[in-house]
Structure formats: C-alpha cells, structure tokens
Design a protein around this ligand. Sequence first.
Ligand SMILES: C[S@@+](CC[C@H](N)C(=O)[O-])C[C@H]1O[C@@H](n2cnc3c(N)ncnc32)[C@H](O)[C@@H]1O
Length: 386
Amino acid sequence: MDFEQMKEQFLNRIHSKQLIHATFSQPRQKSNELKRVKLKPIELKGQYHIQLEYQYERILKHENVLLEKFSDSFEILLQQFRQIHAQFTDEKIQVQLSKKNKVLWKVEKLENAKQVNLSHNRKKQYLLDDSTPYPFLIRLGVQTEDGKVKKQKFDKFRQINRFVEFIDDSLQHLPKGRQIRILDFGSGKSYLTFALYHYLKIEKGLDIRVTGLDLKKEVIEECNRIAHDLHYDQLEFLVGDINDYNEENAVDMVVTLHACDVATDMALARAVKWGAKVILSVPCCQHELNRQLHAPALDIMTQHGLVKERFASLATDSIRAEILTLVGYDTQLLEFIDIEHTPKNILIRAYLTGKKPTLEQRERYNSFIQFLSAEPFLQKELQQYF
Ligand SMILES: C[S@@+](CC[C@H](N)C(=O)[O-])C[C@H]1O[C@@H](n2cnc3c(N)ncnc32)[C@H](O)[C@@H]1O
C-alpha cells in the first residue's frame, strides 16, 4: 500500500463514522514539543466532530473539528507523526510510516464489533481522563509518567474530578472580558488548586490568577516549585493564616476543601465581603456548634456523643448555607463524593445573586439559632449584611 492509498483507506473509515479512538505518535522531529495527538469522535450541537487532544510536554490542548473538515487536520498530523494506532468499530489498524513515507499497514479484525459512543465524557463521566498524562497529576504523585492513575490514589483522582465538575458547572457565573481572580484557602498539598488551574487556564483557556494560601511553609514551598516547573505563571502559593489575609479588594471565586473548623467560616466571610461570584467549599471537622449546642428538645439525640457530633456538623452546614442565602447567594448543599470514600462529603455551593432576604427568611433563621442556643462564628462575621 502506498502513502496515498493509506490516506484514502484511513479517511474512508473516518468519514463513515467508524472511529472509536486513535493516537498519532512518534513525532518526525524529536525536538517537537508536541508528543502525541489523540482522536475521538464526539457530538457537539448535534453535529459529528472529531476531537483532537494535543499532548505537549507540559500541557494539553483540545480542538473539535467537523467531520467534513477533518481531512485538512489529517494532512497536518501526517506531516508531524510517523505512527498511528486506530481502533475502528470492527478492526484495529496500525500504520507505520518511514521518513520517506513508505507505509506499513497492519489490520486486526475484531471478533465483536464495538459501538461508537459520541457522548462528550464517555469515560466514567470524568472531565480529567484517567489514561491521559497530566503533568500536574504526575508531579503530585497521582499518576505515573505514562498517565496511569496509581491504585492508591484513585480516590484522590475521583475527588479531583468531582471538584473539576463543580468548577465546570460554575463557569457561567464567572465574569467575562477580564481576568478572573481565584483564591483557595487552606490549599495544603493543593491537588485541587492545580486541578482548578489546569482546567480553567489550560483546558478552557481562561484568563485567571490563582492564589493558594496555607499555614504550612514547607508545603507552600513545594507547591510553588511545582507551579514554577510547570510554567503555571498565574498560580502562586502564599504562607499565611486565613484570619489575617487582607490582601485583596475583590475576588471572583473562593474555594476551600477541608479547611479545619472555623477556618471554613473565615473563608466564607472573606468571600462574601469581597463579593465573590462563586463559592465552593467542602467543610472539615466542626467543633464550634458542638460546644455551644443546648436544646433540651433534642436530648434524645444529643445524649449520645456520636449523634451530637454528627447533628452539630449537619446543623453547622445548614446554618452556613442559610447565612449565605441571607446575604444574597443562591446556595445549595450538595454531595461532594460518595460517603463511602469520605464522611466529609458535603459541598457548599453558592452563586452570588444579590437577592435581599425576606422577613420570613430572617425570622426562620433566628428561631433556628435560638432553638439551638447557638452563636455561629459566621453570623458574627456577616451580621451586618443581613
Ligand atoms: C485537611 S487539609 C486540606 C488541604 C487541601 N485543601 C486538600 O484538600 O488537599 C487543611 C489545610 O488547611 C490549612 N489550614 C487550616 N487552618 C488554616 C488557616 N487558619 N489559615 C490557612 N490555612 C489553614 C491546614 O494547614 C491544612 O493544610
């Protein structure tokens, strides 16, 4: 088979919509930053596209090409790569090209034909694919160099993906036409901070600036090293206490994941004062209400330490959500990750609407607080706003 016949054969299969997936590899220039390109079919706005995922040394880029325009992309890919592995509905094809484009064409017929699945995120609905190497996940030890998620890190990977889904859902609430300012309070090892940066900046191409803040100096130093090595130039990490952080006038998005006890409340209070459009917060341990709680009508429950602790924790998150509603946020409590993976599984999601609370809402809140004899930290911080 010669080069022209190979192109025709390959494109025939693509145009008859038989593609499951394909990978172009072995760059013709060793120095090429672009290491490989993966292809898969997807449907966008009712039209069949081929999605090209460009895997550079450090970053990933995506391009969706209409089927009718794919031949041009194919020509460019052939100028850059010498190997193709493709899976079609009923056969696997391997193409090896010499420097002068001599063709080695191998076909393996499949016994059972595969179905084409055009849904955008067909792999377990993950926004970050579990077989694509992401430089930040490799550096953070979640993936191996070739992109496999390490067995013991799969829960972390799932958590990161879930968080990215929430970020994706929030995109429409973020400002357009200017840089978006994002803060991650209690960022720790910063799995989520890196994931957020990767998704918004590298995959979505948004103009963002992200800061992660944490008390731990060594952890922050390591995060800064990784950000520097990956050329994440709009991502910085600072050592500091959420309680003392007064560096900003306005922030668009505030995230916290498992910031301990009232550190979550301090982060929420900061977010409200800055007028953040989006708040995503997964609280951690909660002790404040557990200490204050005095509601004799609940004694049947609260006589048991374990039940009291869980009740206090759920009541705290409900109070947080209610306060955010009172200060003008559309707020929901959502399941972050299956309870079997972590008991800390409630995510507070709040989008700024600026809606004023009704008298009835304020009274409902006050009677709940009185019933519990509670004086929540967040209320003290934000009382003036509702
Ligand atoms: C359980 S870790 C979670 C880290 C990270 N968000 C994650 O999910 O992997 C909680 C982090 O919050 C930080 N933290 C707790 N209180 C803080 C405060 N007042 N100011 C800044 N960071 C705080 C801790 O140092 C710790 O790294």
